[in-house]
Design a protein around this ligand. Structure first.
Ligand SMILES: Cc1cc2nc3c(=O)[nH]c(=O)nc-3n(C[C@H](O)[C@H](O)[C@H](O)COP(=O)(O)OP(=O)(O)OC[C@H]3O[C@@H](n4cnc5c(N)ncnc54)[C@H](O)[C@@H]3O)c2cc1C
Length: 488
């Protein structure tokens, strides 16, 4: 009888799998990533991190290296010229879109995961996934069988793991193919993202730090091109001219691809010991650049939970809370990106009128700007509180800022989460029981610049408020905290 494994195996070394692997290692789980590709992909594909993703990196002390490599751009173009979502007033230390190629995001995440001891095995294609009550079993292409306590399928849109679980992936392909290219445009300033929609199609431009940019073209004249057809420089130049009527002086194209998105979501993110995350669980139109960011946040939601399960510290409901929390977020992203895709590709006069009204009348309104900036950036995400009578903060993203300590010193809040533990903030005279789980860091504070902040706040490793109270005594604090951990 084989000894049950205490390892988590992540299938797929894309951004979701690599972020998850780092989180698992930080949470004390042994982790291995199996990736079918023999070498890291040089495809740039997605091109930016939204504010909530950069905040997640900040929670782990990683944001600096990403911000230094990426290009912060203040707004996101949603379609017609001048129609943008402005992030500058976002309540975040990262009030912008951080433009950087997916290949570079993956490179940095892989380095972090390896630093934490994750083993990344390349050239390992998983062909079958099964499970018993005690373990999950993976079969590789060469016939090897691997055993794990848990498996997470981060293996993308055509996920083998999802198919082996017989989890359906209902949805539809979005109409039309989009041409993508990374190149230099000498005729356009590379200080902010840019967009326009004309009678001939849609153009979006996202600048990179090295002066090059990602061009996204939905050229109506070429929307039926099969995705297998390569995008050449001449085609790109013609499409740019046809859509915008301007010569942007393109040159030195170094990557291109044709892409047709699909909108789909798995109805279950967990089957027993096997989980789905990232594109394996949800996929949608690239409108709004949500794909990579949503997968990234799946990883930060699941990592600490699986880590707790491996250490025997997870209460019975914790692993199911991954699906409960992340499936609605994925569904919201499908709705958001679907609406934007429909508006941007509208060809009938009625729909074009609707687009005109949406972008010219509604979008500039400050409350609409604020709502869209919070939604697209991911800072609006909140999870359902576990409590029947929750404090207003429960389930919310823990805000940024500094905290003053009773001894007169001050600390940056997000710096307290680098090691991936829960943090319990307590303002004296609120007292803390002696027998709290060791997984919790207790931080006494006297204020944090936010009036009305409660006397006791428990924050999860992924930066969401688990529990808060204005009045709790030590017994209630102890009970609330212990509710997030199993007794063993
Ligand atoms: C051309 C293109 C352009 C895009 N542009 C954007 C954009 O502008 N903005 C945006 O947000 N998103 C964009 N996306 C989507 C974005 O790239 C994905 O959302 C993101 O890559 C999802 O990450 P992931 O880690 O979940 O999956 P993936 O990046 O797909 O990674 C899955 C990994 O699993 C591996 N794998 C698959 N099957 C197996 C197996 N059986 N065994 C072992 N390994 C396996 C794959 O080789 C791959 O490395 C684009 C996608 C494409 C294709």
């Amino acid at each position: 009888m084989p000894v049950p494994s205490d390892e988590v195996i992540v299938v797929g070394a894309g951004p979701t799998g690599l972020a998850l692997a780092g989180e698992l290692a930080l949470a004390g789980a042994r982790c291995r990533v199996l990736e079918q590709r023999p070498a890291r992909s040089r495809d740039s594909r997605a091109i930016c991190l939204h504010a909530r993703s950069t905040e997640m990196l900040d929670l782990r002390g990683l944001s600096e290296r990403f911000v230094e490599a990426g290009l912060p751009v203040p707004s996101f173009p949603v379609g017609p010229k001048g129609a943008v979502i402005d992030f500058r007033r976002l309540d975040s230390d990262f009030p912008y879109l951080l433009d950087m190629p997916q290949s570079q995001i993956e490179e940095f995440l892989e380095r972090w995961a390896r630093e934490l001891g994750v083993r990344i095995v390349r050239g390992a294609r998983v062909t079958e996934v099964g499970q018993t009550p005690g373990e999950a079993l993976l079969t590789l292409e060469d016939g090897t069988i691997e055993r794990a306590a848990y498996v997470v399928g981060c293996d993308g849109l055509r996920s083998t793991v999802r198919q082996c679980l017989n989890v359906p992936f209902p949805g539809y392909p979005n109409p039309g193919s989009v041409a993508l290219a990374d190149l230099f445009l000498d005729g356009l300033p590379m200080t902010d993202a840019y967009g326009e929609i004309t009678d001939n199609g849609l153009l979006l431009v996202f600048p990179f730090r090295d002066g090059s940019c990602r061009v996204v073209l939905y050229d109506y004249a070429r929307a039926d091109m099969p995705v297998t057809e390569p995008v050449g420089f001449e085609e790109l130049r013609e499409s740019l001219l046809r859509i915008s009527g301007r010569d942007f002086a393109p040159r030195d194209m170094y990557w291109s691809s044709r892409y047709r998105s699909e909108s789909r979501q798995a109805p279950r993110y967990r089957v027993g010991r096997v989980f789905l995350a990232g594109d394996a669980a949800h996929t949608h139109s690239p409108a709004g650049a949500q794909g990579l960011n949503t997968g990234f946040q799946d990883a930060f939601n699941l990592g600490w939970k699986l880590g707790a399960a491996i250490r025997g510290r997870a209460p019975s409901w914790l692993l199911d809370s991954y699906h409960e929390e992340r499936h609605p977020v994925g569904a919201d992203v499908l709705r958001l990106t679907g609406r934007q895709f429909k508006l941007n590709t509208a060809r009938t006069p009625a729909r074009q009128l609707m687009r005109w009204a949406a972008y010219n009348l509604a979008l500039p309104l400050p409350p609409v700007q604020s709502l869209l900036a919070r939604t697209y950036s991911g800072v609006a995400i909140r999870y359902r509180p576990r409590n029947d009578t929750p404090h207003a903060l429960e389930g919310q993203r823990f805000p940024r800022g500094r905290l003053s300590r009773p001894d007169g010193t001050s600390t940056r809040l997000y710096d307290l989460f680098h090691d991936g533990r829960f943090v319990l903030f307590v303002r004296p005279p609120a007292a803390v029981p002696d027998d709290l789980p060791g997984d919790v860091r207790v931080v006494a504070y006297s204020g944090n610049g936010r009036p009305g902040w409660p006397a006791a706040v428990l924050v999860r490793p992924d930066g969401y408020v688990a529990w808060a109270s204005d009045t709790a005594g030590p017994a209630t604090v102890g009970q609330a905290v212990r509710g997030w951990f199993s007794a063993s």
